[in-house]
Write a protein that binds this ligand. Structure first.
Ligand SMILES: [Zn+2]
Length: 90
């Protein structure tokens, strides 16, 4: 993937890796397990950003990654568990 869509996918992957968001193993829905917070994750990845070739290949500036991460987080952080699982009481 290239362009904005690829950036969003990568930001989502970072959010998962850092436990900012989780993805339901049954439904693939994203939710916020409240394991950490956005500010801590941004601080943490900022430290290693310049040496992270995977991130640097898509985001030339840390600011871009930060904005993409904020965007995916706000999109998916409304629930603290998978909505579909909650409905089914799984
Ligand atoms: Zn689910």
């Amino acid at each position: 993937m290239e362009g904005e869509e690829g950036k969003e996918a990568l930001a989502l992957q970072v959010a998962i890796d850092e436990e900012l968001l989780e993805s339901c193993e049954y439904h693939g829905e994203y939710y916020d397990p409240r394991a950490t917070d956005l500010e801590s994750v941004i601080e943490k990845i900022q430290d290693g950003f310049e040496n992270n070739s995977r991130l640097k290949s898509s985001f030339s500036l840390f600011k871009e990654l930060k904005e993409a991460l904020e965007s995916v987080y706000h999109e998916h952080s409304g629930n603290d568990k998978c909505e579909l699982c909650s409905e089914r009481n799984l």
